[in-house]
Ligand binder design. Structure first.
Ligand code: DAH
Length: 339
């Protein structure tokens, strides 16, 4: 009796049809057409057949083998396709979903204020430079015409680190440093953090921010000072603002002046914000003192210059209507996001 080749092919066909994974399919291949598979075993058993039956039988086994291998190949393609489809579905992006809102940080209002203000001065030809916050007594005071025992030192409650080293009380020391570093003309603004001993309240902080300005060249006059500062105020606060200069005293300038800007709230009529004055003080300024120029090695007979220093916290507060300095340091995100 000839072995049941047709039955074997039927079984293989059924198993292939119901198989759903690569692994199962591989097991089926090994079982039927592998080296030790059922079909191979049949071929091996050919010797037991009558000689006249052998060719027909061998041919039948080969046809069965081709048949099974063909079905395996078709199934294998189908499994690969199905896997790919499953992968595509699981990775599909639903383009109808609303986007995720990402939280983007923003600059601190003081940083923004510095950037805006520096931009305005850069447009007028100033460069932006910075200086050390830990400063020597010499640059913070002496080089600025404020020698030891000068009463003006008392006005600035200073954090001393040693007798000679301190936290700078203003950005003015960079005036002396800058002139020492380069020949005239010098035309710089200096943004930075400064320190004075103070109790924290709505208008005082031991850490605050200043922007210094210095322009030294041949023939610089008080008219240049007024022109530059008035142009700055109009660019920063608006064309409708007016400025006025009041005589004042600073050791490092002569003559010296404080500059006021017309009140933001009342436009100059006088109100609660400007305490009835119509004006708000905004910065200190003056013509660089000859002693400051000569200490830095500039000849005051040849060169003249103007300087100014403004409190950035106050300048930014006035622009945005911030009435408590502490807000800048508390890092309350609701406040910081408002800018
Ligand atoms: N350094 C002064 C202060 O902190 C401000 C100042 C006044 C700076 C007049 C200047 C200036 O450059 O010319 O109070």
């Amino acid at each position: 009796m000839l072995p049941d080749i047709k039955g074997l092919v039927d079984r293989a066909t059924d198993e292939i049809a119901s198989c759903s994974s690569r692994e199962q399919l591989e097991a089926i291949r090994i079982k039927y057409v592998g080296k030790k598979g059922e079909l191979t075993a049949l071929l091996r058993s050919m010797g037991e057949l009558a000689a006249e039956d052998r060719p027909k039988f061998g041919q039948a086994v080969n046809v069965a083998k081709d048949d099974i291998e063909g079905r395996l190949a078709v199934k294998s393609d189908a499994i690969v396709l199905a896997e790919r489809e499953k992968q595509f579905i699981s990775q599909a992006v639903d383009i109808t979903l609303p986007g995720r809102v990402r939280k983007i940080g923003n600059l601190h209002p003081i940083t923004k204020g510095f950037e805006e203000i520096c931009d305005i001065f850069v447009r007028m030809g100033f460069s932006v430079v910075e200086g050390p916050e830990v400063e020597t007594d010499f640059y913070n005071f002496t080089a600025l015409n404020t020698p030891p025992f000068h009463p003006a030192r008392d006005v600035q409650d200073t954090f001393y680190i040693t007798d000679n080293i301190l936290l700078r009380t203003h950005t003015s020391p960079q005036q002396a440093r800058q002139m020492e570093k380069q020949d005239p003309p010098v035309k710089v603004v200096v943004p930075g953090r400064v320190y004075r001993r103070d109790q924290v309240d709505a208008t005082h902080s031991p850490v605050f921010h200043q922007l210094e300005g210095l322009y030294v060249d041949k023939g610089v006059t008080f008219a240049h000072l007024k022109g530059a500062l008035e142009a700055f105020i109009k660019a920063f606060y608006g064309e409708d603002k007016r400025v006025r200069f009041r005589p004042h005293y600073f050791p490092f300038t002569e003559p010296s002046a404080e500059m006021d800007v017309s009140c933001f709230a009342c436009g100059g009529k006088g109100c609660r914000i400007c305490k009835g004055e119509g004006w708000i003080e905004i910065l200190g300024s003056g013509m660089v003192h000859p002693n400051v120029l000569s200490t830095a090695g500039y000849d005051p007979e040849v060169y003249s210059g103007f300087a100014f220093g403004m409190g950035i916290d106050r300048i930014v507060s006035l622009k945005y209507g911030v009435d408590d300095l502490r807000l800048y340091f508390e890092n309350d995100v609701r406040f910081l996001e408002a800018f």
